[in-house]
Unconditional design. Structure first.
Length: 148
C-alpha cells in the first residue's frame, strides 16, 4: 500500500508520494495530467458529486450547485444549501480528499494510505485542527500535526 501526503488547500489541493526510484517527492497528476485540483465540488441533482476541473466546467452553466473556498468555513457552523440538502465544510472537504485518493490510486496502481498534515497555529485564524475533520468523513485518513 502506497503512502501519500496531501494538501487540502483553500483554492487548490494536491497529493504527493515519495518515489523510491528517483528518491524525490512527486505531486501526482490526475487523468488529464494536472497536478493541482481545484478545491471545488459540484453537486448535481441526481448523481455523485463532481470535483475539481470538471466541477468548474459544469458549474459555468449552473453555478448555484458549486461549492468553493469551503476551507475558509472549517470550524464554523456554516452549511451550504443546494437543492433540499445542506453540506458542511467537512463533507465537502471529504469529497475533495476522496478525489485526490482516487487520482493517486489510479496513478500508482495500488491502494493508497493517506496522511493529512495540518498546522494548528496557521489554519483559518486560530481555528486550528479543523481541517482534520474533513478526513474523518467517510474516508479513513491518518491525521498528524505538522512538525518541522
Amino acid at each position: 500500500m502506497a503512502r501519500c501526503g496531501m494538501d487540502l488547500g483553500t483554492t487548490f489541493s494536491k497529493i504527493a508520494h515519495y518515489d523510491v526510484n528517483t528518491r524525490r517527492v512527486e505531486v501526482i497528476p490526475d487523468m488529464m495530467g494536472q497536478r493541482l485540483v481545484p478545491s471545488t465540488v459540484y453537486y448535481p441533482e441526481t448523481d455523485d458529486p463532481i470535483v475539481g476541473w470538471e466541477a468548474l466546467d459544469i458549474a459555468a452553466s449552473d453555478p448555484d450547485r458549486l461549492v468553493r473556498w469551503i476551507k475558509m468555513s472549517m470550524g464554523t457552523d456554516f452549511k451550504k444549501k443546494i437543492g433540499d440538502k445542506e453540506y458542511t465544510p467537512e463533507e465537502v472537504s471529504a469529497e475533495i480528499l476522496k478525489k485526490l485518493r482516487r487520482n493517486a490510486e489510479a496513478y500508482l496502481g495500488e491502494p493508497v494510505n493517506l496522511s493529512l498534515k495540518y498546522n494548528d497555529s496557521g489554519i483559518i485564524l486560530g481555528r486550528g485542527g479543523v481541517t482534520s475533520e474533513g478526513g474523518k468523513v467517510e474516508i479513513p485518513i491518518e491525521i498528524h500535526p505538522y512538525t518541522k
